[in-house]
Design a protein around this ligand. Structure first.
Ligand SMILES: [Zn+2]
Length: 437
């Protein structure tokens, strides 16, 4: 009896060991890989006519292509637009039984803050409290503003030195995908189908994904790996429109303007005064949408204002558009001599409208995160994603966490555990797709 208990216990421990600690490590850790990639300046630039918007993004693209080839990926190529594509061959008896899953991360960093000469600082064994960036002590990462720090005691936190952003957005995603491939290659006992890989330029300026070759990519479903704190999964983005309201007046020499001049600026001012204070970006959060006058021209002859409309629900977006049109009617009644027109354009839709038909995508990601010991949670994105655009081009693509925080600024950070647990989640995820097929 005693020996039976012992051998059952033995088997049990063996099973746990198999699942968790008998994995051969990758040839390079997620951390080391990440620290290499952030040194390469890949800042993109607004208002360029070419893709990629900056040639330097190709430095990382070409390096990744070389490394993908070395890791055994097939059909590795860099497109004329600087998009890196590759296919990691499955190791199942019949790979065609498992849907090809894609993973996408972007190589560029935000135009908002320099990404040149990034000097990553590793704050070993974080013990709580503020993190001061050495080259600019006025820059402090605080638990008050970043509550996720409370769960990071004992972790090694990675920041920039205070002169640049870190580039975790989205080189963390790039490093995690690469480390997944590396780990799978070291551990053929981990069973998975074919995996499509893409690294894209110009996500931060919104133009790279237009050049994405969905058919050539070859995935049935995909994930962008471009999210925030550990466990955060997103299958919702805004539905977005832009309105332009134009106020046509009549300009003339002010010395002889009596009874002739119609100054469009007063109508513009009246219109702006009608925006409800509780429906603006500065007064809303979470799932509440907004209207946002963000640019305009004030002139006697013609004034205009451009307005963002954002809502997670189409009905809410329609209501906001109606409100803007009603406001036009009210201003027009007060300024009968000013001709007011409104034009509304569709920008993008909430990807949930499509992703609700693919519940396995989110369910598998939740399961993968749980197996990595994380508590997954859903977070709607108050913005758009490349994945949202792809979702409406027949490639359903929710977004997964990378472990990073404070994107697009000098206070950006990630951590060793953030990189490792995100990678582990990706490794679990490809196995879950294989198990379920
Ligand atoms: Zn990003």
């Amino acid at each position: 009896m005693k020996s039976l208990v012992a051998s059952v216990l033995c088997l049990f421990l063996f099973a746990i060991g198999q699942a968790q600690s008998t994995l051969k490590p990758p040839t390079e850790s997620a951390m080391d890989r990440f620290l290499r990639y952030v040194k390469i300046d890949t800042q993109s630039q607004e208002d360029q006519t070419t893709t990629p918007s900056t040639r330097k993004q190709l430095n990382l693209a070409n390096l990744l292509a070389k490394e993908l080839t070395a890791l055994g990926a097939q059909n590795v190529r860099v497109s004329e637009f600087g998009i890196v594509y590759a296919m990691v061959q499955g190791n199942l008896p019949d790979n065609s039984k498992v849907p090809v899953v894609g993973f996408i991360a972007h190589m560029d960093t935000s135009p908002a803050v320099s990404g040149e000469n990034v000097n990553a600082i590793i704050h070993l064994n974080y013990q709580g409290g503020n993190i001061v960036l050495p080259k600019d002590p006025s820059l402090v990462i605080t638990p008050a503003k970043n509550p996720e720090l409370k769960g990071m005691i004992g972790d090694d936190i990675i920041t920039a030195d205070g002169t640049t952003l870190l580039g975790s957005d989205d080189k963390a995603g790039v490093a995690e995908i690469m480390t997944m491939i590396d780990t799978l290659r070291q551990n053929p006992q981990l069973k998975h189908g074919n995996i499509a890989i893409a690294f894209t330029p110009d996500e931060e300026v919104g133009t790279g994904i237009e050049k994405f070759d969905v058919n050539g990519f070859g995935a049935k479903v995909a994930y962008t790996v471009d999210g925030g704190e550990l466990g955060e999964i997103s299958d919702e983005t805004w539905s977005a429109r832009t309105a332009t309201v134009t106020f046509q007046g009549k300009s003339t020499h002010p010395g002889s303007a009596k009874g002739i001049m119609v100054n469009a600026m007063y109508a513009l001012g009246d219109y702006l005064g009608r925006f409800p204070k509780d429906m603006l970006p500065e007064t809303t959060e979470k799932r509440v949408g907004f209207v946002h006058p963000y640019a305009g021209v004030a002139d006697v002859e013609q004034s205009n204002v451009k307005i963002l409309l954002r809502d997670f629900d189409l009905s809410g977006l329609n209501a906001k558009e109606k409100m803007l049109r009603d406001m036009v009617a009210q201003t027009a009644a007060k300024f009968p001599d000013v001709k007011i027109t409104i034009e509304v354009k569709e920008n993008y839709q909430n990807m949930k409208e499509v992703l609700k038909n693919y519940p396995d995508l989110v369910n598998n990601a939740m399961e993968a995160a749980k197996r990595a010991g994380l508590k997954p949670f859903m977070k709607p994105i108050r913005g758009g994603t490349d994945g949202a655009r792809l979702t409406f081009r027949n490639l359903p693509t929710p977004n997964l966490f990378t472990g990073g925080s404070n994107f697009h600024g000098k206070l950006e950070f990630n951590s060793r555990r953030g990189l490792e647990k995100s990678t582990e989640t990706l490794i679990n995820l490809v196995q879950i797709f294989a198990e379920k097929s």
